[in-house]
Design a protein around this ligand. Structure first.
Ligand SMILES: [Zn+2]
Length: 634
């Protein structure tokens, strides 16, 4: 596919960055913010969409409701209480989280409101026991300076994280529910995919510099609002890898371009909503395809399912139109029926004959559906009710093709394409949370928060250089998710354990371990800290750090067991091992050769436990001793 100039087609991107905060307690209760999982009491809730105070039922809520309303929650002990279970009203807004919100607002020049009101935002996908998410606006406005132009900040809010979805369908853990999040929303001032990545990085770095950001998979999530001229603002949720952002932006822009081209072509062909409504009718094809060698069709027919088809008037050639890598209009239709009615298979005219459906069968289907050459058609397979509902969904999506880009919430795929998740929620989703009193900000509050205002990156960089890190390593550290751990360990162990060693362990040694197939998730902050302390206390040598960490990552050894395995031997033991190696030599007349052999044998035992220099000294000493002994013997 040709690579379009995205600026030229009016690309506009806004970011919403959500970062979990590492506060002592959750946003509305005293539970800790460690997301530790585990078993616990099970509870069930039924959620139903209610009218908002503006009298509308949210379309997104209705969509979720149509998929079932019963949810199960696991309440792990120690990280959830009656507040998460919605058995007890929320406590007051966590001030530590609010302080971070104020500090970040100050750093971005955002105007802080006088009074913080907690609001309820309707969420009905089951990820919240209450059916809403609590959110508090901290500030409005502000900006980020970027080389391609200034990017405005729309708002900064503090909100509660949702319950964590478990693998089992419709089941959530309450451990994550209520963990404070800061949300920063930018204006749609971003005009290139690269700028989107840069601004997201800049925001992530700023948040880490507060020292209050959580780390690890899922601790930061970015949503992207993407549109092109003539398109629609589409929300893409849950991009976790920053490197994926430019790809997602590009692919979504290309998808919208493709949909606009389809709209123009349909217009040219004279397709209207009435035409689709009148001509697109579901027809039973079960008899016509009874002998088909397509596996899905034959299996469904055996199990009492049906095959139905529907004409897509004058859509010939458009169902197969490419909308991105491996994505076609047909893929979009398949996404819709999967999401709305839970139906897996869809075949369309532009991909047939294929999958065991023969040219003859295609001809037969065309005849039954009265589909001419210029028409397209789709075939759905499954239980009758689902198939009939699915055809209605397809028809509605075909009608949307006349309008262009549907207003949707989409999810990012690992390859940087996106898929339909649900219709976009309307704007009537917020109403006041009366259980949480508003917080009037005082001068004292502002001064306390000011202490958390992150340093400018350039100031921080200078500090890193001063610690002895070279330019390159300083820049890596400045952008590292480990920056706060690094600073903590430097404060405790530098200069005896040099800052450079701490930095290279975090940034290079972890990469080395990954390249050796080690499980770096076993290298937790605590593991890194234990190893640094062992070096600080002279229990192990600094050379043994990679081996100790590799041992932890590859085996089931705990860090303390690994440290023990590599622990520095005391001098007596070193002397004993070296002496044995020297005594084994049968001839020491060639001093150099004797040294090399004894050294090699001793190092086999001592590698990683003693500095090589010390071993060499001991070897020389022991050879000298033996020479004197040999001489004395005569
Ligand atoms: Zn709690």
């Amino acid at each position: 596919m040709a690579d379009p100039d995205l600026k030229e087609i009016g690309l506009m991107v806004g970011l919403e960055v959500h970062q979990q905060l590492n506060t002592r307690a959750k946003l509305f209760c005293g539970c800790p913010t460690t997301i530790q999982g585990g078993e616990g009491h099970k509870l069930q809730r039924y959620l139903r969409p209610s009218m908002s105070e503006l009298g509308e039922v949210d379309t997104a809520a209705l969509f979720e409701w149509s998929r079932g309303t019963r949810f199960t929650y696991i309440a792990p002990e120690g990280c959830s209480c009656l507040v998460e279970a919605d058995e007890e009203p929320p406590h007051g807004l966590n001030r530590e989280a609010l302080d971070v919100g104020i500090a970040v607002s100050m750093a971005l020049g955002s105007s802080i409101v006088d009074e913080i009101y907690t609001m309820r935002k309707i969420v009905i996908d089951g990820s919240n026991t209450t059916g809403f998410q609590r959110t508090a606006l901290v500030s409005l406005g502000g900006r980020i300076i970027d080389e391609e132009g200034e990017v405005g900040i729309l708002s900064i809010t503090i909100e509660e994280d949702a319950a964590r979805r478990l693998e089992e369908d419709r089941t959530f853990s309450l451990d994550r529910l209520g963990v404070p999040l800061i949300e920063i929303s930018t204006a749609p001032d971003i005009h290139t995919p690269e700028q989107a990545e840069r601004v997201a990085k800049r925001i992530g770095q700023l948040l880490r510099l507060t020292g209050k950001a959580k780390r690890g998979l899922g601790s930061i999530r970015q949503d992207l609002n993407i549109s092109i001229r003539g398109g629609t603002k589409v929300e893409v949720k849950g991009v976790q890898e920053l490197e994926l952002i430019p790809k997602v932006v590009r692919n979504e822009a290309i998808r919208q371009m493709g949909l606009l081209e389809i709209r123009r072509e349909l217009e040219r062909r004279g397709v209207s909503e009435e035409m689709i409504n009148f001509q697109s009718k579901g027809v039973d094809l079960s008899e016509a395809l009874r002998e088909s060698s397509n596996k899905l069709i034959s299996a469904q027919l055996r199990q009492g399912g049906v095959v139905m088809g529907m004409k897509a008037p004058k859509f010939g050639g458009l169902l197969g139109k490419e909308l991105g890598p491996n994505r076609r209009l047909g893929t979009e239709l398949a996404d819709y029926i999967r999401s709305f009615v839970g139906l897996g298979g869809l075949f369309h005219s532009d991909e047939l004959p294929k999958y065991g459906i023969t040219a003859e069968e295609v001809e037969r289907v065309r005849k039954i559906l009265t589909a001419e050459e210029e028409d397209g058609f789709v075939i759905l397979v499954g239980k009758r009710e689902k198939v009939e509902n699915g055809l209605e969904v397809v028809k509605a999506r075909l009608i949307q093709c006349l309008k262009g880009v549907p207003k949707e919430t989409r999810g990012a795929n690992d390859d940087g394409t996106t898929r339909f998740l649900r219709p976009q929620p309307g704007s009537a989703r917020m109403y006041p949370e009366t259980d949480v009193p508003p917080v009037r900000l005082s001068i004292v509050d502002m001064e306390r928060a000011r202490l958390l205002v992150p340093e400018e990156p350039e100031v921080k960089l200078k500090k890193l250089l001063k610690l002895g890190l070279n330019e390159e390593l300083s820049r890596i550290m400045l952008n590292s998710i480990h920056l706060d751990l690094f600073e903590e360990l430097v404060a405790k162990y530098h200069p005896k354990v040099p800052a450079t060693l701490i930095a290279t362990t975090m940034e290079n040694t972890l990469k080395y371990i990954k390249s050796k197939g080690g499980d770096t998730s076993r290298i937790t902050d605590e593991v890194i800290e234990e190893v640094m302390r062992a070096v600080f206390e002279d229990t192990v040598t600094k050379d043994s750090i990679p081996e100790i960490l590799l041992e932890v990552a590859q085996s089931k050894l705990s860090v303390n067991e690994a440290i023990k395995k590599f622990s520095r031997l005391n001098e007596d033991e070193v002397t004993r091992i070296v002496r044995t190696a020297v005594e084994k030599l049968d001839n020491i007349s060639d001093e150099r050769r004797a040294f090399n052999i004894a050294m090699g044998n001793a190092m086999e035992v001592l590698r990683g436990k003693v500095d090589g220099k010390k071993v060499a000294e001991a070897v020389r000493r022991e050879i000298e001793k033996r020479r004197e002994k040999d001489k004395a013997r005569g």
